[in-house]
Write a protein that binds this ligand. Structure first.
Ligand code: PRP
Length: 215
């Protein structure tokens, strides 16, 4: 039996995903050893293996078939725009992609003024402003702590993830517009979907049933 390989976005999402896999009978004991420096974890009995990757790299591994299946946020999928099948909403990591800023930026945004938008998600921001709103903006790519940008005057607004809203509140910022809802998704390589149809379909069905049961 060929190994079925899973790429998981590092962090909270990976831990939650492993809980789901364990519940549908695909545990990976090797992965629970937090002291291990191993990069890939195998369950020989089931012919599956898991590895952790930076979220942005998960769609790349899946598109090229280095992983058959990936678990990653919809934000990353939209930003990376890779060719793969998105097969399941895992109903976890729910949050929103939003345009945020100080209340004072609301009018400038509304009147389509040429504003600067700081974001970790330039492709999502570009699609939103250019294709959906037909608004010309200047997009500035940042790599983290995006909320800083309007505070120190780098940009008028930001496009970023809002989960509880506490980062915004604590920094005097607010949601100005909603771009789209987000959550964790399961994605599948397009060739794997055909070659390993039975195994992958079974996993999708089991996960879907579990998610509905837990909802
Ligand atoms: C994310 C996001 C916001 C924050 C939103 O940042 O970019 O900053 O979480 O969460 P909240 O609405 O619950 O406050 P993350 O902590 O992932 O790090 P980053 O700022 O370096 O991107």
């Amino acid at each position: 039996m060929r190994y079925l390989t899973f790429a998981l976005a590092k962090g909270r999402l990976a831990n939650k995903s492993m809980e789901l896999f364990e519940k549908i009978g695909i545990p990976c004991e090797e992965m629970k050893d937090k002291t291990s420096r191993k990069l890939i974890f195998t369950n020989e009995e089931l012919g599956v293996r898991f590895f952790l990757a930076k979220a942005n790299d998960v769609p790349t591994y899946v598109e090229y078939g280095a992983a058959d299946v990936g678990i990653v946020g919809k934000d990353t999928l939209l930003e990376e725009g890779r060719k793969l099948y998105e097969v399941l909403d895992l109903n976890m990591g729910r949050c929103r992609m939003c345009v945020c800023g100080p209340e004072s930026a609301r009018e400038r945004l509304k009147h389509h003024e040429l504003i600067r938008v700081a974001t970790k998600y330039p492709a999502i921001a570009k699609d939103y402003f250019y294709n959906k709103k037909h608004q010309t903006v200047e997009i500035i790519k940042l790599n983290g702590s995006i909320e800083l940008a309007p505070i120190v005057g780098l940009s008028e607004v930001i496009v970023d993830i809002v989960e509880t809203g506490s980062t915004l509140r604590e920094n005097g910022l607010t949601v100005l517009e909603e771009v789209c809802p987000l959550s964790a998704r399961m994605v599948v390589n397009q060739v794997s979907m055909k070659m390993e149809h039975e195994r992958i379909t079974k996993i999708i069905q089991d996960l879907r049933a579990l998610i509905q049961q837990e909802a």
